[in-house]
Design a protein around this ligand. Structure first.
Ligand code: GLN
Length: 295
C-alpha cells in the first residue's frame, strides 16, 4: 500500500508531516480560525509561531490529539470547551461544560452595569447565576473599589468561577452557592444586582442548536416559558436593592416587554431596555425609586 493512500484514509497512527498539512486537513471539516486555534492549543504555540513555521513537524501524540479535537468540533462542540478557555471583556476565562460559554452580548451588559455604577463609590454588586464568573469578575476588574457577590446554584459552575477568581486575582469577589439570594440576608444592601439567567423557553429549538446543545441546560432554560428567572428576581432581588439601586438583566430577543412589565409590577422605575449588536432588545434595567414611591 502506498503511503499516500494511508494518509488519505486518515488513520490515527499516521502523523501529519507538518503543522501546515494538519491545518489543511482540518479545514475540510471545521473553519479556518477554529482549526488554527485547536492546533495552537495542541502545540502550545501562539498564532505568530504557527504562521511563521508551517513546516514544523507534528509528533504522533499531537497528531492524535488534534484529530480528536477537530472531530469533536466538527460534531458541534463549542471551541471554548475544547481549548478550555474563552475571551470575555478583554481577559481569558477558564470554561468547561459546567458553564455557558460567555457571549459577546453579555459584554454589553457589563458595559451598561459600569455606566449605572458611574456615580456610585465603593458599590456593592451581586451577580446572580454567575456561571464562569464572567460578569462579576469583569466588573470587579473594572471597579477595584466594588465588592461583588457572585452566586450560582451549581457547585460545578462555582468551581470554574473560583478558578477564574484566582487566575485573575479578584479578591473583591465573594462566591456563594444559592438559589438566587434565597438564603441571603434580606437587608437592602446592593447598589446593583445583575444577572444573565436561563431564559430560553423549554420548547425553543435553539436548545438543540449547534454548540448550545453541549452547554448546561440549567443555565439556558427554566424548563418553562423562559420568564421564571425574572419572576424570581423581581421577588428576591428588589427587596435587597438600596434605594436608587438597579436591577439589570440580559434576556431573550423577544422578552423585553415582559421583563419590563415584571420590573414595573415589582415597583421599579426608570425601566429601559437596550439592544444587542444585532439590534434586538437584549437587556433591561429598572431602578428602585429613591423616594421609595413609584415616581
Ligand atoms: N444567549 C444565550 C443563547 O442564545 C442564552 C443565554 C442564557 O440563557 N442566559 O444561547
Amino acid at each position: 500500500m502506498r503511503p499516500e493512500s494511508v494518509r488519505a484514509r486518515g488513520l490515527p497512527e499516521t502523523p501529519f508531516e507538518t503543522r501546515g498539512s494538519a491545518l489543511q486537513w482540518a479545514r475540510q471539516s471545521v473553519d479556518r480560525l477554529d482549526a488554527r486555534l485547536l492546533l495552537q492549543a495542541v502545540c502550545g504555540a501562539d498564532a505568530a509561531a504557527l504562521l511563521a513555521y508551517p513546516e514544523a513537524p507534528l509528533s504522533l501524540p499531537e497528531t492524535a490529539e488534534f484529530r480528536a479535537l477537530v472531530a469533536r468540533r466538527a460534531a458541534g462542540e463549542p471551541l471554548a470547551y475544547l481549548t478550555g478557555e474563552a475571551g470575555f471583556y478583554g481577559e481569558r476565562l477558564v470554561v468547561s461544560p459546567a458553564v455557558l460559554v460567555p457571549r459577546p452580548e453579555t459584554e454589553d451588559l457589563v458595559t451598561w452595569a459600569l455606566q449605572l455604577l458611574e456615580n456610585c463609590p465603593s458599590p456593592r454588586v451581586a451577580d446572580l447565576g454567575t456561571g464562569s464568573g464572567a460578569i462579576a469578575l469583569a466588573l470587579a476588574g473594572q471597579r477595584s473599589d466594588a465588592r461583588l457577590l457572585a452566586v450560582d446554584i451549581s457547585a460545578d459552575a462555582l468551581a470554574v468561577a473560583e478558578q477564574n477568581r484566582e487566575r485573575l486575582a479578584r479578591s473583591n469577589v465573594e462566591l456563594r452557592c444559592d438559589s438566587w439570594l434565597s438564603g441571603y440576608s434580606t437587608d437592602p444592601v446592593f447598589d446593583l444586582i445583575v444577572s444573565n439567567p436561563p431564559y430560553i423557553p423549554a420548547l425553543d429549538p435553539h436548545l438543540q442548536g449547534d454548540g448550545v446543545r453541549f452547554e448546561p441546560r440549567g443555565a439556558l432554560t427554566d424548563e418553562a416559558d423562559g420568564l421564571e428567572a425574572y419572576r424570581a428576581l423581581a421577588l428576591q432581588a428588589v427587596p435587597r436593592l438600596k434605594l436608587g439601586g438597579w436591577l439589570l438583566v440580559e434576556h431573550g430577543h423577544d422578552q423585553a416587554e415582559a421583563v419590563a412589565a415584571l420590573w414595573r409590577d415589582a415597583g421599579l422605575v426608570a425601566v429601559k431596555s437596550r439592544q444587542d449588536l444585532s439590534g434586538n432588545p437584549r437587556m433591561t434595567a429598572g431602578r428602585k425609586a429613591l423616594g421609595g414611591g413609584y415616581g
